[in-house]
Design a protein around this ligand. Structure first.
Ligand code: TRP
Length: 341
């Protein structure tokens, strides 16, 4: 039997995961976990904006693991990995940082935006501080994360694509200059690359407080949807424009009955449909999606030992591969200094 190809993907432990994570990435992870040998990484070395608050990171590690288990990631077939418990990530980052020009990082649009936000006194979402050195090392570390298990595929949200490009470039350079150690990994973006926030703005994100979290109760979901932005004000029987009402984007994303949604759109644009009807329908659709997650989460919350085991076993599996990869890297770089005499 040939070995399964590998997936490495991850998330920074900053808190509860939301529908944007699900539709942009997690859904793919669940689907692909049978086909691939999967490594799901909790990237705690990379929470630069939270490093001042380690207790929060510690809580978030468990929070993320619970969310993963809740959506149906299988910790037996796949590996849940806590990044800093595999310190080879730091070691590989150090070596790779010699082969990545700073200019390449500075061109990276995600990083550029993050640094600009940090230094911008006007940005309400960013805690103002000087850009730490880690802002240059963390993208290299993400490259190291992906290369560590010699991954073939990286299913991520759209915002991560520049990082994958950096990884491909690094793999190419390394293989060309030393030895062919790393596959050039492909990126895979989910069904809904960027989900709007419940306030109708740009993107669902915790810092904007416009999320529907995977662990929200049915009542919380109903309440959040009731307050959702639903396009310009309209009378009940006034025809509207589907494109102006983001509730339809959500229905397209989360209501499996596409036929019924199509009819609703039709009626909305001719006779007019009240927002309450749309929102009630969306509430049912989202709660139907989240119900099995809630059940699974409750099961694990009642037995946190299982969550711990998932984290421990997955991390141990990654350690074995990390040692193997570091051997290959040391060999490729000819670092075995003691073998001279
Ligand atoms: N940077 C990613 C995020 O902010 C998390 C991450 C860290 C990651 N290492 C990774 C994603 C490796 C994919 C592959 O969500």
């Amino acid at each position: 039997m040939t070995e399964r190809k590998r997936i490495l993907t991850g998330i920074r432990p900053t808190g509860a995961l939301h529908l944007g994570h699900y539709a942009g990435a997690l859904e793919n992870w669940v689907r692909l976990q049978k086909e691939y040998d999967c490594y799901f990484l909790i990237a705690d070395y990379q929470v630069s904006d939270y490093a001042d608050d380690i207790p929060r990171v510690r809580d978030a590690v468990w929070e993320v693991a619970l969310d993963w288990l809740a959506v149906g990631l299988d910790p037996e077939g796949s590996s849940f990995v806590i990044e800093s418990l595999v310190p080879e990530h730091a070691e590989l980052t150090t070596w790779l940082s010699w082969f990545l020009p700073v200019a390449m990082l500075e061109r990276n649009p995600t990083l550029k935006a993050e640094m600009a936000a940090m230094e911008n006194p006007e940005d309400p979402n960013a805690e103002r501080k000087a850009v730490p050195v880690a802002f240059y090392t963390y993208p290299v570390m993400q490259v190291a994360n992906i290369l560590m298990p010699r991954a073939h595929l990286v299913p991520v949200g759209e915002d991560q694509l520049p990082h994958i490009e950096l990884t491909r470039e690094t793999a190419r350079r390394f293989n060309h200059r030393f030895k062919n150690v790393f596959p050039e990994p492909e990126a895979l973006v989910g069904r809904i690359p960027r989900l709007l926030g419940t306030d109708g703005n740009a993107k669902m994100s915790k810092s904007r407080g416009n999320t529907i979290d995977l662990k929200d109760s049915a009542e919380t979901v109903a309440r959040k949807i009731k307050r959702m932005y639903a396009g310009p004000p309209r009378e009940l029987d006034e025809p509207g424009t589907v494109e102006e009402n983001p509730i339809f984007l959500y229905l397209d994303a989360f209501d499996p009955d596409t036929q019924a949604v199509a009819e609703l759109k039709q009626r909305y644009e001719t006779a007019g449909v009240g927002n309450k009807e749309l929102k009630d329908r969306l509430t049912v659709a989202i709660n139907t999606l989240l119900d099995p997650f809630r059940d699974r989460r409750a099961k694990y919350e009642g037995n946190m030992g299982l969550v711990r085991e998932a984290l421990e076993h997955g991390t141990n599996r990654m350690r074995v591969i990390a040692r193997e990869t570091m051997e290959m890297v040391r060999d490729a770089l000819d670092l075995n200094y003691l073998e001279k005499y």
